[in-house]
Design a protein around this ligand. Structure first.
Ligand code: NAG
Ligand code: NAG
Ligand code: NAG
Ligand code: NAG
Ligand code: NAG
Length: 627
């Protein structure tokens, strides 16, 4: 039965619901601790470098991890104590003294020496006057090691408590606290600059890229502040929520016997060698699975607010000396507190490749720039996420990363999942928000039951039109398809035809050309939609509806159309007897019908070496490509 309501009106009726949905999901993602009227005003201090002031009350705790290096500890504590703290601020220090290793095999004379050293360290710490807040000493009864020292140093008491973790061979700049305070105000308490992706700030000079099996970082042209996924263990400020999340994640994974393996990362090699002595491989794996980032500074001339003297100990066999130059009042030549708005910062992944976050097209005006930002060699791959399980989507994205396919854009209904993908740096089209139907919808009378499908098809057809208009050859790919290689999307087809479709493989290719553009017009988009209505909801499955309509319309205009399904280009792996020997040289894509059970898909893809996600649905490898 047809409802005779003009579609435009219907779509408008639906809009408040879409808006509501997307607003609430945005809200969930942009949580920040509420506090009325944050105010940051510079206050001139006797040292002429001002402190920012706000009415935000937060707790700042230094977590100093030490073991058996008295002179290191002394240098570190003195530098912390000599730093500038405003009189109105309270800064606590918690000192964690690890115990020496009790070695039953070796009850030699050095036991007394060790006991003696521990006593000296305790005496030193007890005698150290900490004027800025409470001093708490945690002396362990047995050797905990660096992993437990770090992890057990903090369980945040609230969302307004921050921990600054220092190992004892660090020396901090007198300016360090001014900077961290400014970071907290600007990137935590200022809603405009807050991102749920940021887990803290490292004061160490960034030097190292753990992907590419551990490379030196090229930083010449980076701005003074940027975001980078890697944790920096030489002076790390931790934000409370991500740290809590990490502790819980670690618990679950450790308890279940999982390992923090991440192929392609040099830290995984370290973990395989020295295991639980270090904690960073766990944190790195967690950060990768959540898509989080750390704030870093780039002060040039090898300067930093925290330097490591790299004294002989757990991390260094012998003393390696300071890694950087300490930035202090004498060497500073810029305004330390001049922090950039979040929108101006660049984000980098473990390969130190730039990540462009939050590219979301919600209107046709936003669509153009987003398409331009993803296209490579004038081609675009539009990936449909409708009705595709999240695990399959995540696997596809890891597969793309492995193949260095970057010119894709994801299209799907409004969802937390879609927005999260955008936060992680995948360009998305939030089709649920797309309301530019005034020209397109005209006066088709859609059946009620297919209005959602209509919206989906209209937006897809419209995106293809827009992409062709911009001069890009355009692929439409269902989430139930995977390319075999990085060349799969290369246009090496018969140029007598500009269109390729496949109802089974759910693939569509439209070559960029003036004739294609003429065919795929506004009217065409409209006709695709109206044809859909006559097809009826039962005769055609949702997944292939668009392909039917496009084929029918092109046939009507006698336009040559090639069929992907009839070529060896695509292989159905959803059928039980498929195996790798069925592949041919020409095979570019594998696909499965949407009815295929998830377990079958996964088993087949594992078998084909095309399954690359773990239990957290994060990639099992970090693959860095030459830029
Ligand atoms: C006992 O400890 C000393 C000092 O750390 C070391 O040089 C020696 O090799 C150890 N002996 C054994 C049997 O582990
Ligand atoms: C322990 O230290 C004290 C001084 O602090 C010293 O007199 C004593 O000889 C030391 N003992 C050992 C075994 O090193
Ligand atoms: C840095 O920027 C300058 C000027 O913009 C340019 O000439 C130089 O090649 C850049 N260096 C790197 C490593 O990108
Ligand atoms: C918050 O950040 C924005 C962008 O950087 C800035 O314009 C604004 O002044 C900041 N608000 C406060 C209260 O500092
Ligand atoms: C793979 O499939 C082919 C037919 O497509 C079959 O002849 C062959 O035995 C299969 N191989 C395995 C290992 O299953």
């Amino acid at each position: 039965m047809k409802m005779m309501v003009p579609p435009k009106q219907k779509i408008i009726q639906l809009l408040p619901l879409f808006l509501l949905l997307s607003f609430s999901s945005l809200f969930l993602f942009s949580f920040y601790p509420s506090n009325p009227n944050p105010q940051i005003q510079p206050q001139v201090h006797q040292n002429s470098i001002p402190f920012p002031i706000t009415n935000h009350k937060f707790t700042f705790i230094i977590k100093l991890l030490t073991y058996n290096r008295l002179s290191s500890l002394s240098r570190c504590l003195n530098s912390l104590s000599n730093a500038h703290y405003p009189e109105t601020d309270t800064v606590h220090i918690h000192i964690f003294i690890d115990h020496f290793v009790q070695d039953s095999q070796n009850r030699s004379l050095d036991l007394d020496q060790r006991l003696n050293l521990s006593k000296q360290i305790l005496d030193f710490v007890d005698g150290f006057d900490w004027k800025f807040g409470e001093k708490l000493v945690h002396y362990r009864t047995s050797n905990a090691g660096l992993q437990a020292q770090w992890l057990e140093s903090w369980w945040p008491a609230s969302d307004h408590e921050f921990a600054f973790v220092v190992e004892d061979d660090l020396e901090v700049s007198p300016l360090y606290y001014r900077f961290l305070k400014a970071v907290i105000f600007n990137y935590y308490y200022n809603a405009t600059n807050f991102s749920p992706s940021i887990y803290g700030a490292s004061l160490q000079r960034p030097r190292f890229v753990p992907g590419k099996h551990g490379n030196k970082m090229q930083l010449d042209n980076e701005s003074r502040i940027f975001l980078y996924q890697l944790v920096g263990t030489w002076g790390q400020l931790l934000f409370p929520r991500p740290w809590k999340e990490f502790r819980l994640w670690y618990d679950t994974h450790k308890a279940k016997g999982m390992k923090p393996f991440l192929e392609g990362m040099v830290t995984t090699g370290w973990y395989k060698k020295i295991g639980e002595k270090i904690w960073t491989p766990w944190f790195i794996k967690f950060i990768q699975s959540r898509g989080y980032f750390n704030i870093y500074t780039n002060f040039h001339h090898e300067r930093a607010l925290s330097v490591s003297h790299r004294d002989a100990g757990v991390n260094y066999g012998k003393t390696a000396g300071p890694d950087s130059n300490l930035l202090d009042e004498n060497s500073i030549d810029f305004n330390l507190l001049d922090l950039y708005p979040l929108n101006d910062l660049k984000w980098y992944d473990f390969c130190f490749r730039e990540v462009v976050t939050n590219r979301i097209a919600r209107t046709s005006d936003e669509l153009g720039p987003v398409l331009q930002s993803v296209q490579k060699q004038n081609s675009i791959v539009v990936v449909s996420l409708y009705r595709v399980p999240e695990a399959v989507v995540k696997n596809m994205l890891c597969h793309f990363e492995g193949l260095n396919i970057q010119n894709y854009i994801l299209i799907g209904p409004t969802s937390r999942f879609l927005l999260d993908l955008a936060r992680r740096g995948h360009a998305v089209i939030d089709a649920g928000q797309f309301s530019d139907f005034s020209k397109l919808a005209k006066s088709i009378n859609f059946q009620d039951s297919i209005i959602e499908l209509m919206k989906e098809i209209l937006v897809k057809a419209y995106v293809i039109k827009k992409s062709l208009e911009l001069g890009y050859s355009t692929w439409l790919l269902d989430g139930n398809v995977l390319p075999q290689s990085s060349d799969s999307f290369i246009d090496s087809f018969d140029h007598r035809s500009d269109f390729y479709t496949g109802k089974a493989s759910k693939l569509l290719f439209a070559r960029s050309s003036s004739s294609t553009l003429k065919i795929w017009s506004d009217d065409f988009v409209y006709e695709v939609a109206s044809l859909m209505d006559t097809l009826g909801k039962d005769s055609v499955s949702h997944e292939s509806a668009l392909f039917y309509a496009v084929e029918k319309l092109l046939e009507k205009q006698s336009i040559r159309l090639n069929n992907f399904d009839e070529m060896p280009l695509c292989m159905d792996v959803g059928i039980g007897h498929f195996n790798t020997t069925s592949f041919r040289k020409e095979t570019r894509f594998v696909f499965w019908s949407s009815g295929t059970e998830f377990d079958v898909i996964k088993r087949q893809l594992v078998h084909l070496n095309m399954w690359g996600v773990d239990g957290d649905l994060s990639c099992t490898a970090v693959v860095c490509h030459p830029s």
